[in-house]
Design a protein around this ligand. Structure first.
Ligand SMILES: [Mn+2]
Length: 323
C-alpha cells in the first residue's frame, strides 16, 4: 500500500468523472515536470480520457525526443476542461496560468489535483499529493499510474525515467534512494529508452554552451563564507550566442569542490532578472531556507531564487611589493 493510497483513490474518482483533463507543468519547465506530465497524459489517454499537456513556457531542448512533447500546448482555456492536474509546481504561481485565469486558484470554481515533491508546496489543490521525500514528481506519477491500474507502456516508461534521471542529476544526488532505483529498474524492464535519455543529457552540448561553461568554470572561486561562487552576465550570453538554458548542468561541476559548504551560480536572465541557483553536498545545510531569504525556495540540497536586478563585479586590486 502506498502512503498516498487514500489520495490516489480520490484522484481515481475525479478522473473517472472527468472527460477533458488539463495536465499542467510548471513555468520554465524541467525534465521532471515534462516527463511526469507526458507520462500521465499517455496513461489517461490509454483509458479513453481527453487528456492534454500544458506548459506556459517551452519544454527544454533535452526533452525534445520524449513521445508527445510536440503536442504540449501553451495556451490554456480553463472552460474547456473539467479537471486540472498540476505537476511539480512548488507553489500555485509556478503554474503561471493563474495570472490570466484566477479561477484556477478558486477551489469552488475549478477542481485541481496538486501532485508535487517540493517542501514549499502549500497544498493549493482540492486533492494534494505532496511528498518532499519523493525524489521526483515522476516517481509519484509512477505510483499513481500503478494505483489507477493502468499499464505502463514503453512511452510512459521513457517519460517517467526522464523525470527521475533529471531530478536525481543522473542518479548522482542524495535523493537517489532505494525506491527511486527500484522504479527505475521497473521502467527499464518496461522498455524505457534509457540510452536516448543519457545521450540527450551528456552528448548533446552545443559548442556555444561549452564556451559558456568555460566562462562559468573559470570564474568560480571560494568566498569567505566557504561557498563556491560563480556568475554569468547578459553580455556573456550575447558574446557567445548562448542562452540561460545553456547553463543547465554546469552547476554540478561548481558543486564538486569537496571542502566547499555549498555553491552559488548567479546569472542574469536577459529579462532584467538575476537568477540564483544553490547546490550543496552537505547534509547539514538547508538551501531552501537560504533561497527563501531572497524570496525563492526549493529543496534542501538544491534551491534557487529570481529577483530583478543586475550583477555587479567587485574588482579588488592589491599591491604586492617585491620581497
Ligand atoms: Mn521535480
Amino acid at each position: 500500500m502506498h502512503k498516498y493510497e487514500n489520495e490516489f483513490r480520490q484522484i481515481k474518482d475525479l478522473i473517472e468523472k472527468a472527460t477533458n483533463i488539463a495536465i499542467i507543468s510548471h513555468k520554465n519547465p524541467d525534465g521532471d515536470t515534462i516527463g511526469a506530465n507526458l507520462a500521465l497524459t499517455h496513461a489517461l489517454r490509454s483509458v479513453g480520457k481527453n487528456a492534454i499537456s500544458f506548459a506556459k513556457d517551452p519544454a527544454p531542448a533535452a526533452t525534445g525526443f520524449l513521445p508527445g512533447v510536440s503536442s504540449i500546448r501553451s495556451e490554456l482555456n480553463p472552460s474547456e476542461f473539467d479537471l486540472f492536474i498540476a505537476l511539480d509546481c512548488g507553489a500555485a504561481y509556478m503554474m503561471k496560468y493563474e495570472i490570466e485565469h484566477p479561477e484556477l486558484l478558486d477551489r469552488s470554481q475549478t477542481t485541481l489535483i496538486n501532485i508535487d515533491h517540493h517542501p514549499s508546496n502549500e497544498h493549493f489543490g482540492n486533492v494534494n499529493v505532496v511528498d518532499p521525500e519523493a525524489s521526483a514528481t515522476s516517481a509519484l506519477i509512477y505510483f499513481l499510474i500503478e494505483s489507477l491500474g493502468i499499464t505502463i507502456s514503453r512511452d510512459i516508461a521513457t517519460c517517467l525515467m526522464n523525470g527521475l534521471y533529471s531530478d536525481t542529476g543522473s542518479f548522482k544526488h542524495s535523493n537517489t534512494d532505494p525506491i527511486t532505483l527500484k522504479i527505475a529498474s521497473n521502467l527499464v524492464a518496461r522498455g524505457a529508452d534509457f540510452r536516448t535519455i543519457v545521450k540527450q543529457q551528456f552528448h548533446h552540448n552545443r559548442i556555444n554552451q561549452l564556451r559558456l561553461w568555460g566562462r562559468v568554470l573559470s570564474r568560480s572561486r571560494i568566498n569567505d563564507k566557504g561557498a563556491t561562487i560563480s556568475a554569468v552576465m547578459e553580455k556573456d550570453f550575447d558574446e557567445l550566442g548562448a542562452t540561460p538554458e545553456d547553463l543547465s548542468g554546469v552547476i554540478d561541476y561548481i558543486n564538486s569542490v569537496p571542502d566547499s559548504k555549498f555553491c552559488i551560480l548567479l546569472a542574469e536572465d536577459q529579462k532584467g532578472n538575476i537568477k540564483g541557483s544553490f547546490r550543496t553536498q552537505d547534509d547539514m545545510i538547508d538551501l531552501s531556507k537560504i533561497a527563501g531569504l531572497f524570496g525563492g525556495g526549493g529543496h534542501k540540497k538544491a534551491a534557487g531564487f529570481t529577483i530583478p536586478g543586475k550583477i555587479e563585479q567587485e574588482v579588488v586590486w592589491k599591491i604586492k611589493p617585491a620581497a
